[in-house]
Every structure is written in C-alpha cells, then in structure tokens.
Write a protein that binds this ligand. Structure first.
Ligand SMILES: Nc1ncnc2c1ncn2[C@@H]1O[C@H](COP(=O)(O)OP(=O)(O)O)[C@@H](O)[C@H]1O
Length: 189
C-alpha cells in the first residue's frame, strides 16, 4: 500500500481532530529524526500508524491482547495503554508492515520500555510535544527537545506519572522502568 492510501485508510478510522494530532506527530517526528540522526521515513510511517487502534472498541482490543498473547498485565491497567500494542498488531496484519523498528515504535509509543530505540524515543516524544498538545509542562518538554531527546522524554514521562499520581490512578510499571533507564542513560552520555 502506498503512503497516500495508508493515510486515507488510517484517517477514516478516527475523528478529524485526532487525525490533526496524528499529522502533528508526523511533522514533529520527522523534525526530531533530522535533529537527532534518526530515520525520517520510518519516523513518518510509525507516526501515521501510532494511533490506528485508538478508537477501537475496548472489547475488540481486549480480544486482540488475549489472542495475540500480548502482555496480559496490560489488562489490569488503564485501557488508554491498549491501543499502542494493538496498533502494532494492526500495522503488521492489516497493513503488512514488517519493519520491526516501526512496529516497536508503534507498540511502545504510550508506555515506553527499557532500552528504547532511537525511533521509539522519537515517536513517543513527538506524541508528547506535537504542536497541538497543550498541557502543563509541554513548553519545557519542547525546550529540552531542542538539545536532548532523552531529557525531553524523561520530562514527558514525568508529566504522565504526575498526572496519574494526582488522579490516584495505577501506573503501568513499564513507564517507570523506561524513565529509570533513560535517566541512567542520560547520566552516562
Ligand atoms: N504508565 C502508565 N500507566 C497508566 N496509564 C498510562 C501510563 N502511560 C500512559 N497512560 C495513560 O495513557 C494516556 C495517554 O496515552 P497516549 O497514547 O499518549 O494517548 P493520547 O495520544 O490520547 O494522549 C495517559 O493520559 C494515561 O491515561
């Protein structure tokens, strides 16, 4: 499938305002890839697909998590986390994407993971700081992203973790592990 057809198909699966967010992520991810030596073509492709499952019904996502043996601990955490790993399955099965870098960037764009690749970091950070985002701390994240992918991403995870703490919600441990890993990495850079 060519890029235009992929865009059309993904766009049909979400409301227009979410598609504008996806366009913001595409634009930002390409800028970040150029800034930090990543692959802009892969950054663009992963960004197009990152929210493909965002509007799937919860029971359909749950079915995919069970059938594809995705990490079952997801099921006891915020359902907002589910669209990312389910999106990677959709990207592979429905759109024939086979590049593991692109699939992983989709899979981990919400939670992060230990040992995030350059592309994982680019897509995850672009999701936090695309021009349409407006939340406390987003300006700081954009500022940090001028010089450090890792520091900006740590600030992004900090904002998610603070938000979840404030709401009294449970925190999916992979994000805490991802943050710890990035701190260690940025101290050794
Ligand atoms: N570690 C986590 N534990 C629990 N929920 C999380 C975690 N990380 C993210 N989330 C949830 O996912 C939401 C953001 O997911 P995201 O993929 O960025 O979606 P959106 O693009 O709609 O903001 C957060 O607002 C939070 O509710």
């Amino acid at each position: 499938m060519n890029r235009d057809s992929l865009i059309q198909s993904v766009r049909e699966q979400m409301p227009e305002r979410r598609w504008r967010h996806v366009e913001g992520v595409m634009e930002t991810a390409v800028i970040l890839a150029e800034r930090f030596g990543g692959d802009p073509v892969k950054a663009d492709l992963a960004s197009i697909l990152h929210d493909v499952a965002k509007y799937w019904p919860v029971d359909r996502m749950e079915q995919v998590i069970r059938e594809e043996a995705l990490p079952s601990d997801l099921l006891v955490f915020d359902k907002e986390l589910w669209h990312a790993p389910v999106g990677a399955v959709v990207a592979e099965r429905q759109y024939g994407i086979s590049d593991p870098d692109v699939l992983d960037a989709v899979r981990y764009h919400t939670s992060g993971r230990v040992g995030m690749t350059l592309l994982d970091k680019i897509v995850c950070l672009a999701d936090y700081m695309e021009p349409g985002r407006d939340f406390p701390g987003v300006h700081k994240i954009r500022e940090l992203a001028e010089h450090s992918l890792e520091e900006a991403l740590i600030a992004g995870f900090d904002s998610t973790i603070s938000f979840l703490l404030q709401k009294g919600k449970r925190i999916y441990p992979l994000t805490v592990a991802a943050r710890n890993d990035l701190i260690l990495l940025s101290q050794n850079l």
